[in-house]
Write a protein that binds this ligand. Structure first.
Ligand code: GRG
Length: 301
């Protein structure tokens, strides 16, 4: 895969990564004809042919800074996308967000049934760790560190914990700090893991490089959520491929409800600048990570 130093336009680089990840995901997922066929078909329905693949893009962009191994990158990217896809399936279920549209298609519990949606999420989570653990190009201690990082990001100290706080926050007036804390866990933890796992696919990082990547991830993770809130309040369902306007309808605290639209937009731009600033130690080499910060802030869906 092309790395960040090549003069490929961003759109072409992104399309290349997305296509490579789509192929790898298809290879790593159980074939639809294998028993239990309904579950395997539903897993493929969930994961393939949709989504922006932001987490895989972060993995590849970060990995390119450290001369990452291509097999390791593909496995890390697919593991993250599987965890992300599982979280969306469970989040859409009637017991959580109760949504019927995701990535422009009926959600899994609608297209199949609730029990299948539950199992799809469970199976994708296990599959993610199998995919990551099956890499054979990195030293064992590095592999264990990567597995641990993903587990921490997905668990109650990361994404699941953020989701739990989110569920408890409906109808409650959170402070900006509380909202930020929730999103750093719910959305930020996987985005941070994407940047760090990409880096761990390559040569050893210095302490300065690690801190720079953490600062970048923090800014990008928050920016992602601020923009998500702005889009939920301003875009339509057809553009988003999911139900728009749900945050207000569900009485959820958001950046838009706390700061208002204009200040939320300013915050997103500030976070984009923070993300760029954090990458200073990498100089020109961090072009793709800078471009991804821009994409995350400028996206329309
Ligand atoms: C159910 C354990 C569990 C966790 C759910 C991430 C999450 C936690 C729920 C999703 C709810 C949501 C819409 C959060 C806002 C940010 C977010 C993760 C949006 C969806 O991610 P994108 O935009 O989606 O990267 P695509 O479809 O492009 O992959």
């Amino acid at each position: 895969m092309a790395d960040t130093t090549e003069a490929l336009p961003f759109a072409a680089w992104m399309a290349g990564v997305q296509a490579e990840v789509e192929d790898a995901l298809s290879d790593f997922l159980p074939a639809a004809h294998l028993v239990p066929t309904k579950l395997h078909e539903a897993m493929r329905y969930t994961v393939l042919g949709g989504g922006k693949r932001v987490r895989p893009l972060l993995v590849y962009a970060s990995g390119a800074l450290f001369g990452a191994d291509s097999q390791a990158l593909a496995r890390a990217a697919c593991a993250l996308e599987m965890i992300h896809a599982y979280s969306l399936v469970h989040d859409d279920m009637p017991c959580m967000d109760n949504d019927e549209l995701r990535r422009g298609k009926p959600t899994v519990h609608v297209a199949y049934d609730e029990a299948t949606a539950l199992l799809v999420g469970d199976a994708l989570q296990a599959q993610a760790f199998e995919v990551l653990a099956s890499n054979d190009t990195l030293p064992a201690n590095r592999q264990v560190a990567m597995l641990r990082l993903l587990a921490e990001a997905a668990g109650s100290g990361g994404m699941c914990g953020g989701q739990a706080i989110d569920l408890d926050s409906v109808g409650i007036a959170l402070s900006l700090e509380q909202l930020e804390r929730m999103h750093q866990l719910k959305t930020g933890a996987l985005l941070r893991a994407s940047v760090l796992l990409g880096a761990l696919c390559g040569k050893d990082l210095s302490a300065t490089e690690l801190e720079a990547l953490k600062a970048y991830s923090k800014a990008v993770g928050l920016a992602f959520q601020v923009v998500d809130d702005i889009l939920d309040a301003t875009a339509d369902s057809a553009t988003l491929g999911k139900t728009a306007g749900k945050d207000a309808a569900d009485n959820k605290p958001t950046y838009v409800s706390i700061l208002g639209l204009e200040q939320s937009k300013e915050l997103a731009q500030q976070l984009r600048r923070d993300a760029h600033d954090a990458l200073a130690p990498f100089g020109e080499q961090a072009l793709r990570l800078r471009e991804l910060a821009d994409l995350i802030v400028q996206r329309k869906a």
